[in-house]
Design a protein around this ligand. Structure first.
Ligand code: HEM
Length: 419
């Protein structure tokens, strides 16, 4: 058997927090290995990257999620008892619930609602000197997500509820302050959702049957029981909160347009579905989700490496998207690479890998890509703006990361009425 190369250090949790997106890739480089062992959160952890490693990681025969996600992540970003940590039939049952929300009609609804919210904001922006695109996009996505999910949001509270979602999304990655904000935002948001779910169950509030609010409130577990109130709130939140993450990709898209000016004309023309290739490359190239954790279900040997039951394993999502085995000039931004892409479910994993139905791959992936494409089209067809001097560098040690300035735009003009 081959021993797994060891990364230096007694416990590397602090190094992970300090180095962010570089943590796994830099150790892989140093050890010249796509797999290495370290200690994280007081336990042994195997970190790995690449298509083959992702195929293993998403094989339900070998890995489980129970007990894999760190506790703070559940208290802020994901919610306690959420789908992310479930396994087997329990997971698949709940996953079917999520995917039943993602019909083509509902995805079209989301696209329409999100672009409508965007267009409304643009009208406000025209009266302003400048805006921070990331902050605005977070609010747009938050508002769109809550509307799409069928929540009774009053205009007076919409901004605040959207802000809670942004705080949850910004809470991972190790800063104690952001974690606290995320945790408090989650507590407040869950309380609000629990009341809504109660009202739906009592027939006091009646959202349409195709909405996430209706579907989660009325979902029954295999034992015939409704989800307990707290779990229902957590999962209802999981059905629209992550849309806020798309705000980061929209901002990175704006950055890519600014740094690669030729992409603007190509987006306008949209030949061969260029906006799709552009969106895919944004998701591949720019950092958002760094890694996922799982635990070995049993003892096994893979490629000569021994894995122990209950051992923590971390898959480098960002590093897999940039792996030179699968991507030519992996560190270059080249949307056209997606024109002839093989479509491997394990080489391109910005939102997880494998199969959406039987595995943990992101339930919102189709929606994310649709909304991104629609926004990039809107930005190049309906809008002009100026990008003033500012610090656009993004810090690879921060998770999640974004251009330092949040991407300020000024002199905003709507070119045509919408739609
Ligand atoms: C799971 C990323 C948008 C709902 C995940 C996972 C990642 C991810 C990395 C975990 C994969 C794994 O466990 O192996 C993202 C990113 C997004 C995004 C980067 C956009 C920028 C969305 C949207 C929704 C959504 C828009 C819903 C509207 C979910 C759900 C899961 C999930 C429900 C849990 C799936 C499961 O455990 O089976 N996402 N996501 N996500 N995502 Fe997303």
């Amino acid at each position: 058997k081959t021993p797994i190369p060891q990364a230096k250090g007694l416990d590397n949790t602090l190094a992970l927090i300090k180095e962010g997106f570089h943590f796994i890739p830099s150790r892989r480089r140093k050890l010249e290995s796509d797999i290495f062992e370290t200690r994280l959160l007081g336990q042994k952890a195997v970190c790995m990257a690449g298509e083959e490693a992702a195929a293993l990681f998403y094989d339900n025969e070998y890995f489980k999620r129970e007990g894999a996600a760190p506790k703070p992540l559940k208290k802020s970003l994901l919610g306690e008892g959420s789908i992310h940590g479930r396994d087997g039939e329990d997971h698949r049952q709940l996953k079917r619930m999520f995917l039943s929300m993602m019909t083509p009609e509902r995805l079209e609804d989301m696209k329409r609602i999100a672009v409508e919210e965007f267009d409304k904001k643009v009208t406000e922006w025209e009266g302003k000197e400048a805006v921070i695109l990331l902050r605005e996009m977070e609010e747009i996505m938050g508002r769109a997500g809550m509307r799409w999910a069928g929540l009774p949001v009053k205009e007076s509270e919409a901004k605040e509820r959207a802000e809670e979602l942004s705080q949850m999304v910004d809470s991972f990655g190790g800063s104690f302050e952001r974690y606290q904000d995320g945790k408090h935002a989650r507590q407040s948001h869950e309380k609000w959702l629990e009341k809504i779910i109660k009202d739906i169950r009592a027939g006091k509030y009646n959202p349409p049957a195709y909405t996430a609010a209706y579907i989660v409130a009325n979902h029954r577990e295999p034992n015939g029981k409704l989800l307990d109130l707290h779990t229902a709130a957590v999962e209802l939140n999981n059905s629209y909160r992550p849309l806020v993450a798309t705000a980061y990709f929209i901002v990175f898209g704006a950055l890519a347009m600014y740094e690669h000016l030729e992409t603007i004309a190509k987006l306008r023309e949209d030949k061969d579905n260029y906006s799709h290739m552009f969106s895919q490359e944004i998701r591949r190239y720019y950092p958002f989700a760094p890694a996922m954790a799982a635990k070995a279900k049993k003892n096994f040997t893979w490629n000569g490496y021994k894995f122990k039951k209950d051992q923590m394993v971390v898959l480098d999502l960002f590093g897999t998207n940039r792996h030179s085995d699968n991507w030519i000039d992996a560190d270059q931004f080249i949307p056209e690479r997606f024109a002839n892409w093989s479509g491997s479910p394990f080489a391109f994993v910005p939102q997880g890998g494998g199969d959406h139905y039987i595995g943990h791959r992101c339930a919102g992936e189709w929606m994310t890509v649709m909304v991104m494409q629609a926004f990039f089209r809107y930005m190049t067809h309906n809008l002009t703006y100026h990008v003033p001097e500012q610090n656009l560098a993004y810090d690879m040690r921060r998770m999640p990361t974004m251009p330092q300035s949040g991407f300020v735009i000024s002199d905003i003009r709507k070119l045509r009425a919408f739609p």
